[in-house]
Design a protein around this ligand. Sequence first.
Ligand SMILES: C[S@@+](CC[C@H](N)C(=O)[O-])C[C@H]1O[C@@H](n2cnc3c(N)ncnc32)[C@H](O)[C@@H]1O
Length: 244
Amino acid sequence: MLFTILTLFPEALAPYLGASILGIAQAKGRAEIRLVDFRDFTRDRHRTVDDRPYGGGPGMVLRPEPIIDCVEWLERTDGPFRKILLTPAGTPFRQDTAKRLASEDRVLLLCGRYEGFDERVRTELEWEELSIGDFVLAGGELPALCVTEAICRLLPGVLGDERSAEAESFQNGDVLDHPHYTRPRVYRGRSVPDVLLSGDHAKIASWRQERAIERTRERRPDLSNNHQGHVDAPSNATSNDEDR
Ligand SMILES: C[S@@+](CC[C@H](N)C(=O)[O-])C[C@H]1O[C@@H](n2cnc3c(N)ncnc32)[C@H](O)[C@@H]1O
């Protein structure tokens, strides 16, 4: 899957893209993540990407020409992209969105800055507008990383164990993840629940499902009533078996 991130600050993104899951996804050839500075598509000698807002007011607005020229050049070169414009005014980005986008071949993510984009950036091209939450960041770079990482970890072969993604929060409907435990068996007087040491995988699966549903009800009553989400029983024995 090809990700192309349009940003004025490629140097801010590069280190993160090379580390951990995103680095692994690229090393395994599952994803290619390319950074494009749309300032390179300006035509004036000052390389101007922004200007004062018509109608007055504070801040600067991103001009349409460099962005549109950049996107059109990329599409002429590579073919069409699923184009995503990052904005707090977009549709909330959710796990379902990540799942849907994971089936795309080419995704382009546009990071804004300053007061955001001239409205004609929106209207000139066909965008999916996404927000990563009801708060305002200084730029679209962190949202682009969030979206890219959420998609990449769903691509086949990226996670060490595909089952990791299957049982996570929001993966099977609007249900949060169950609690996890590892060694030591007793920590500061708090023990790992006995059921997790029982070796009975059906019992463990139903304990996890109950805890997940309970947690969702307590913490996120706003989520839909889809509390039937299931937590898959491990298909074979896990390392916990050693602790029995
Ligand atoms: C300071 S913000 C502009 C905010 C805009 N004036 C508004 O009130 O909606 C600059 C850029 O950061 C990005 N951004 C900030 N918060 C975001 C969020 N919650 N989700 C997605 N993108 C965001 C967008 O690309 C935006 O163009």
